[in-house]
Design a protein around this ligand. Sequence first.
Ligand SMILES: Nc1ncnc2c1ncn2[C@@H]1O[C@H](COP(=O)(O)OP(=O)(O)OP(=O)(O)O)[C@@H](O)[C@H]1O
Length: 589
Amino acid sequence: MTINATSKATFSQLPQEQQLLARSWQRSRDYGLSLHSRIDPFCLAKEDLRHAKQQHDALLRYLNNSLPLFEQLQQGRRCRLLFADAKGTILFSTGDPYFGNKAQKIALASGASWHEQSMGTNAIGTALTEQQEVTILGQQHFLAANHGISCSASPVLSPSGELLGVIDISSDMGEHSQDMLLTARLMALAVENALVMDQSHAHWILNLAPDAGSLQQPWSGIIALCEDGQLLGANRSARHWLTELDLPDMLGRLQQGELTQVKQGIALLSRQRSAHPNRTSCAKSASSQPLCPRETTALKLMARQIPLLIQGETGTGKDHLVRRLHQAGNRATGPLIAVNCGALPSELLEAELFGYVTGAFTGGTKQGRPGYIRAADQGILFLDEIGELPLAAQTRLLRVLQEKTVTPLGCHAPQSVDFQLIAASHRDLTAMVEQGTFRQDLYFRINGYTLQLPPLREYEAQDFNKLLKQLLAECFPKDAPFSEITLDDAVIHALRTYHWPGNIRQLKQQLEVAIVLADGHHINLSHLPELPQLTLTPPRTRDLKSLADQLIVQTLDECNGNVSAAARQLNMSRTTIYARLKTLKSESV
Ligand SMILES: Nc1ncnc2c1ncn2[C@@H]1O[C@H](COP(=O)(O)OP(=O)(O)OP(=O)(O)O)[C@@H](O)[C@H]1O
């Protein structure tokens, strides 16, 4: 032990690990311990131990789930894996049963305390006090009785950032290696990530990463949000970014179904509604719906890697369908990378899609990017609004689909990729082919099979009623029994006869409003304040368009040109707004 070095150098000049040890040894002395104090760990009574374990029920479950990591990385080593709570009490202990002498076996069992107060300097107690990762080797322990072991501990933080305890790997002194701290850290990250995703009221789980390739790695960021955008929890990587993120703006983008870069260096690359069984009724009912014939057909085609093209007006459920196909299909364990081609700025589009290597272009990140296409490897690439792709990008995409390889910008080596392609558009792509704005060969490539989603106004009565029932179940507060809600016949008739320009999205929003106004009971026409206008004979398409355009321009003006804010206010996708602005611009020329 080299703590005496304090006499030769001033305390602040010591390397950080030595400073940490010096502080811990000083605390041990202050607790009245000496080198030859007996190991006499305080042990919790059985009932108290049961209670302490209950308090960490979810954490211990997730730790158990990550045991294969420990087994694979530390296979054959004489060591034990421990979890101790914030008081230093061991709540979980597994590993080599023969490791350690008798006293240590008792001390490393569940219920024993490794707080510095009773055990002096040790990885568990010192990591808890210092709130950082610690490795304590043999004689660095304060008590001589612990000199035969070495330990590494990594703190585990709750989704709100408070210290829950530490994961520790203890071994015989000579057996200890640096990768034990790494294993403890990886397990702590796995448990923390699972705890963030387990937030019971989470409606959105966001993955954040500096690039597509780092998505869903244990060290990428995870954030859990309520339906209204309130932050419920974040893992430690995401916590670094929280100050830089504009959560309300991000939520708006999520609700519009966009997938886009949020900030330079922070990409929001994946989003999903929570799939936790206790979460909002919305998530529960959406995933538990049986497959409809259209979905069964699509899954059959996907099993043969046939590319799908989904056509449908805004709000008809293109994005919703893709998410269901991902969940139910044979690539459910792979990523779903959804790219809104209309929302990517044209100057960045190719770099974002195909990736780039270091120095490929001015403004690119130092380390380059793999791009969305490679991020979709082994999963699904969903190219929404594919009609918005410029011709140059169409040519590159065609090559990717033909050769099943992607060549990042600035690189000559093609890299193979394997993904299921699903493209979608609200535009008439055949007309675009005729006009020469969409490549015919690409159209044939992406259109192995077309799924045409009908507008809501064309739904058969039976299908409309089924959807209505489903949406009501999804919108209804999860703690209120669905059977209580009823609808006037006049309401059903009015809903059925309206022409719904915003399709399912608009219907869903109207129902949400009505449920609130009706206090979750009987909905009549007065709970749908928009209905008197809704039930009017639909205006001619041209008039409707100009009315909508006026509204878009006016709202954009009110939002100082902020398209995301206007889209939220109008409950429209940003793509639709951009598309209308483009048309308006060309009409005014
Ligand atoms: N079959 C369905 N069942 C329940 N909800 C649905 C269904 N289809 C769509 N929705 C809901 O309607 C809203 C709009 O759906 P979605 O975003 O998938 O439409 P879209 O066609 O992709 O729209 P856009 O073209 O504007 O992006 C979402 O809130 C979605 O959850």
